[in-house]
Design a protein around this ligand. Structure first.
Ligand SMILES: [Ca+2]
Ligand SMILES: [Ca+2]
Ligand SMILES: [Ca+2]
Length: 337
């Protein structure tokens, strides 16, 4: 009888141990796996997940998170999280933050800092782009951040090293709506290509190419005391009839070897690797707008002419009828037969 009880107790203990291991081992493995492989953004909050899908940490930054990048910045085998913020609703607008996988903040920077050196607007900024790449071929990653003043301008491109030190900065008198990194000539050195609008040159669309090693400075027409930048190329695009008051380059893309600047009004400007123009394309929308404009111009010119002709015809008809009326009333001398 005693032997039977012992066996039963042993079986129960074994079942309990197996159950404990089944529950605890995956959990312990999950705890050991603390690298962030995915983040989700909801308004002002970041949620970081490990490979098993477990939430590692949640952070609320107070301001809307406008862009983010997950990358191993310092090559320690774990990802860092880089996020940029907008201008509301909190009191830290246009900040860039870098967190490690544990959620510890490594550094932060306010992108609206130093605005008074170039344009005398407020330091309320919003971050619009974060790109990470090795821009000087030293095997270490740099962080390129695009931001701009709200609601005015300028825009500012900042190039940071992984530790948050500013390597280069470029100020632009108008928003930079798109920024890309590419080696456009294929010489082994990457360029920064930006597109946007230049408010101080008449709100024209512009596309520019910067050498990341020497991009420091401000774009034309220059104000304040900040040095003038030496862009590799700075291309001014004329305004069109569709957007006479102002227009911008909204997107930069690549079509084979061609660089394409797409403007807000539906035009496509093609360039070769030396930024020589290869022609212009037009969207259906742009063509329709031009047709509407021509139609309006045609009617604007012909309406006065039509009105003049109609009024002449009406006065002739009116004169004839008035003559006949007066004749009937005997107020006009009867015509001799
Ligand atoms: Ca790392
Ligand atoms: Ca580098
Ligand atoms: Ca190049």
């Amino acid at each position: 009888m005693k032997r039977k009880n012992r066996d039963r107790n042993s079986i129960i203990s074994l079942i309990l141990i197996i159950g404990f291991l089944e529950v605890c081992i995956p959990s312990m493995v999950g705890m050991a796996n603390v690298d962030v492989v995915k983040i989700t953004i909801e308004g002002t909050s970041i949620t970081a997940f490990n490979e098993g899908g477990r939430v590692l940490w949640i952070k609320n930054l107070g301001n809307d998170i406008t862009c983010h990048v997950l990358t191993d910045l310092n090559k320690d085998g774990k990802n860092e999280i880089i996020v940029g913020t907008g201008y509301k609703p909190g009191d830290k607008p246009g900040y860039i933050y870098v967190f490690n996988s544990s959620g510890t903040e490594l550094w932060e920077y306010k992108t609206g800092t130093g605005c008074e050196r170039v344009f005398h607007h407020s330091d309320i900024f919003t971050v619009t782009h974060i790109l990470v790449d090795d821009l000087d071929n030293d095997g270490k990653k740099e962080i390129l951040v695009n931001s701009h003043n709200v609601p005015w301008y300028p825009a500012r491109l900042l190039l940071f090293d992984a530790n948050g030190a500013i390597k280069q900065e470029y100020w632009h008198p108008g928003y930079i709506f798109d920024v890309k990194i590419a080696d456009i000539e294929g010489d082994g050195y990457k360029e920064i290509i930006g597109g946007g609008t230049n408010n101080d040159l008449g709100h024209i669309p512009v596309i520019f190419v910067l050498n990341p090693q020497i991009m420091n400075g401000q774009a034309p027409p220059y104000c304040g005391n900040f040095p003038h930048a030496s862009e590799k190329y700075y291309k001014k695009i004329p305004l069109s009839e569709v957007r006479k008051e102002g227009c911008s380059v909204k997107e930069i893309s690549f079509d084979g070897d061609r660089l394409v600047a797409s403007t807000e009004d539906g035009r496509f400007f093609y360039y070769d690797s030396n930024m020589n123009s290869l022609g212009v394309g037009y969207s259906d929308w742009y063509i329709q707008q031009i047709e509407k404009i021509k139609e309006k111009e045609f009617y604007a010119k012909t309406y006065p002419l039509i009105l003049t002709i109609v009024s002449i015809i009406l006065s002739i008809i009116g004169g004839v009828f008035l003559g006949a009326f007066l004749e009937r009333k005997g107020k006009m001398p009867k015509r001799k037969k």
